[in-house]
Design a protein around this ligand. Structure first.
Ligand code: G6P
Length: 368
């Protein structure tokens, strides 16, 4: 096992560091020399897409969080309405699904029972099934009409990291492919997003290279009993993923909220020293986030801000700022999740937790 860890202390930190490669592989294997998206074997022609009036993205855990970003990308780039649901809810909801629905299952293992059952339910109702899966030949992959494989490589740590960032890339590519078939983006917009996507591996690497700052931060913050994550827009989805990572491996009671909901309850829990992780990567919502940070700071919170390089205003309100390289708002989740993965990892290590095999959790949940 230690050979497989290639010098890293845990599989989780090894897998965190494998993300530039996973993101790059997932992306480049689907782009031809003219930067067109090649979805070999995936049938989503103009005719197919004309027949689709709705997309349902269904998954569990971290894959569900990738689906939430997927909804944003598909609605924004391809202008198709999308619903996202956790598989265990979808399957008992009697959802509006018919032969005009594209059902997208997202799963690292391809063996999660609820996701598989939801897929079967959607199929029974006539939906087209596309899955985004990491494990080749898994049950979800075998039962789908089309499969988009992520190239994360084997993920061993229970807490998912590289599967998530590669799922994000897959979601962006599916959304961009749909947009190019439907003509919903101009060529300049499309080219701009692809160009920016290609910078992601380097930008992820840049964050990883600076991990010691996050390690120091974790060493000072590992004793917290509860941690709140907040953000607006796409940042809310990343806040949920960061919170899940932290609770899974450190057993700290953490949860995430849309920052605009702060006043509707959570602010009552903020007291002296409460750790709040505030994501503020969305340009359009930056000022609103700064106000939310002020609100929790005024009640004594210790705020760790996450922002894009160059947006320095946040330094006036947050106690510590973790910067990610600048990019377009739509693509920030690939970057902003990295400091949160590292923070969760180093906090769990500082607490002496069994990072790769957290208690009560399984890598793949094949029971209901
Ligand atoms: C378990 C794992 C999570 C994972 C979820 C969904 O809870 O611990 O890391 O996100 O299952 O798994 P899947 O294989 O379907 O992505």
């Amino acid at each position: 096992e230690s050979a497989e860890k290639e010098g890293y202390e845990h599989f989780m930190i090894k897998e965190i560091h494998e993300q530039p490669k996973g993101v790059s592989e997932t992306l480049l294997r689907r782009l031809d020399t003219d930067e067109n998206i090649v979805l070999d074997g995936i049938k989503l022609t103009k005719e197919d897409l004309e027949n689709i009036n709705k997309v349902y993205i269904v998954a569990c855990g971290t894959a569900y969080h990738a689906g939430l970003v997927g909804r944003y990308a598909i609605e924004k780039f391809a202008k198709i309405p999308v619903e996202v649901d956790v598989a265990s809810e979808f399957r008992y909801r009697d959802p509006f699904v018919d032969d005009k629905t594209l059902f997208i299952a997202v799963s690292q293992s391809g063996e999660t029972l609820d996701t598989l059952a939801a897929l079967r339910e959607a199929k029974r109702k006539g939906a087209r099934i596309l899955s985004i899966v990491n494990v080749v030949g898994s049950s979800v992959a075998r039962e789908s009409d089309d499969v988009f494989y992520t190239w994360a490589g084997p993920e061993i740590a229970v807490a998912s990291t590289k599967a998530y960032t590669t799922q994000l890339v897959a979601m962006y590519l599916v959304a961009l492919h749909m947009s190019s078939v439907k003509g919903t983006l101009t060529k300049d917009q499309y080219d701009g997003i692809i160009k920016e996507l290609k910078t992601m591996p380097e930008k992820v690497k840049n964050i990883l290279d600076n991990h010691t700052r996050i390690q120091h931060l974790a060493d000072g913050q590992f004793n917290n009993e509860s941690v709140f994550f907040m953000g607006r827009g796409l940042d809310v989805h990343v806040a949920h993923e960061g919170s899940l990572k932290l609770k899974e491996i450190s057993y700290i009671n953490s949860f995430a909220i849309a920052a605009g909901e702060l006043k509707h309850g959570t602010i009552a829990l903020i007291e002296d020293g409460t750790l709040v992780v505030a994501l503020a990567t969305q340009d359009r919502l930056y000022d609103k986030m700064l106000s939310n940070i002020q609100e929790v700071r005024a009640r004594g919170a210790f705020v760790v801000g996450v922002a894009k390089e160059g947006n320095k205003e946040i330094e006036k309100t947050a106690d510590v700022v973790l910067y990610v390289p600048d990019t377009m708002d739509e693509l920030t989740p690939i970057l902003s999740v990295i400091p949160l993965q590292l923070l969760a990892y180093y906090i769990a290590v500082a607490r002496g937790c069994d990072v790769d095999k957290p208690k009560n959790l399984a890598k793949s949940v094949t029971v209901e």
